[in-house]
Design a protein around this ligand. Structure first.
Ligand code: ATP
Ligand code: MG
Ligand code: FE
Length: 349
């Protein structure tokens, strides 16, 4: 099926077009520069930017894919989780296009999309799929027997998400916002063994699949402050590399353990933090050692985009899943277990 996907859960206006598991267009307009001076995403600013970028980005995606709106079989849109006002812009646009074109509408879960996007890179997902989802708002281990209908959380962060930790450490190091890519770059010049930062929840009695990154973040901040108080220079590259090593060590260790204990022979890593070069390299090494096949999409498909939404929408269509209703609500706290938002009333179309 030919599906257009719309993503507006945070600060990226993403529109993607896929045919089945083939990527035809992936257009992203980001308002990240408008948020940089505030040190974080400002919801009202993001919503307005989505409103301005929406139609031009849809047009660009159609042009890139070389299709017309009438050719589409369905419209998919992120229904949650995310910023309420930002989601509303995407959902409203999707409804308008679906209604005007007389096409079915699929309101889908942003987190399941971060996993399903890998079908565009490596073909159909195995069933079940073991997924490590690491993003700005989430860090979870998920077992998905069927990405369109059944996602089971094995564990999740009990405090900060991995991406959040990257962003906060970047702020401590004066690297600006967003911090993940900056820490990644700087860490390449540092020594990952320079400082032994704590590995949260890795004790024998700790929940095997839960994560904790707030202690690590605090530990980095204290270490830097102690240096500054002593009037000594802060070796920022070493701090970045050592912090990044602590995060990736815990993530990969727990993900591989989850695969082994559930008898799953492959691992999918998705979400913005999956763009991290050290996480990708370490996962590759450790998965190879453990005899686990690794699936990580190219970096551009890991951070928020519309192609991931289209990918999940296309899979829903292919599997004959029910479409959403035209009164589809945006749900800012949609749980990961709810992969699509069903009809609220009988379909009106
Ligand atoms: P969620 O998906 O949980 O709703 P989100 O959509 O805001 O959150 P994503 O766009 O999936 O998050 O990911 C953004 C996060 O990924 C940010 O925290 C950012 O710092 C982080 N990130 C992006 N690139 C890298 C990188 N190369 N290394 C580490 N972190 C990165
Ligand atoms: Mg973003
Ligand atoms: Fe995301």
């Amino acid at each position: 099926p030919l599906v257009l996907g719309i993503e507006t859960s945070c600060d990226e206006t993403g529109v993607g077009i896929v045919r089945g598991t083939t990527l035809l267009a992936d257009e992203v307009a980001s308002s990240v520069d408008e948020h940089a001076r505030f040190g974080g995403v400002v919801p009202e600013v993001a919503s307005r930017a989505h409103l301005e970028a929406m139609v031009p980005t849809i047009r660009r995606a159609l042009r890139t894919a070389g299709v017309t709106a009438r050719d589409l079989d369905a419209i998919a849109v992120t229904a949650g989780p995310g910023l309420a006002g930002a989601l509303l812009v995407g959902v409203s646009a999707a409804k308008a296009y679906a209604y005007a074109l007389g096409k079915p509408l699929y309101g889908v879960n942003h987190l399941a999309s971060h996993i399903c996007v890998d079908q565009l890179e490596h073909g159909p997902l195995p069933e079940p799929t073991m997924a490590l989802l690491v993003s700005g708002g989430h860090s979870s281990l998920l077992l998905a027997p069927d990405i369109t209908s059944d996602v089971r959380p094995l564990g999740a962060t009990i405090d900060d998400a991995a991406g959040e930790a990257f962003d906060k450490v970047a702020r401590v190091l004066g690297l600006g916002f967003p911090g993940g890519p900056a820490v990644d770059r700087l860490a390449r010049e540092g020594d990952p063994a320079a400082i032994a930062f704590p590995r949260g929840l890795t004790g024998p009695r700790d929940a095997p699949y839960d994560f904790s990154f707030s202690g690590l973040k605090t530990s980095v901040a204290r270490w830097v402050e102690a240096r500054q108080r002593a009037g000594q220079p802060v070796p920022v590259a070493d701090v970045a590399a050592s912090f990044q090593e602590a995060v990736t060590d815990v993530l990969t260790r727990k993900a591989i353990r989850a695969c082994q204990e559930h008898g799953v022979d492959h691992l999918m890593i998705g979400g913005g933090v999956a763009a991290n070069s050290r996480l990708r390299a370490m996962a590759e090494e450790r998965c190879a050692d453990a005899g686990i096949r690794l699936r990580v999409p190219r970096a551009k498909l890991c951070t928020d985009n519309g192609a991931m939404v289209a990918a999940l929408g296309a899979e829903m269509v292919a599997r004959g899943r029910a479409a959403s209703a035209i009164d589809l609500p945006a749900d800012s706290s949609l749980p990961v277990t709810e992969i699509s938002v069903p009809a609220v009333v009988e379909r009106l179309l």
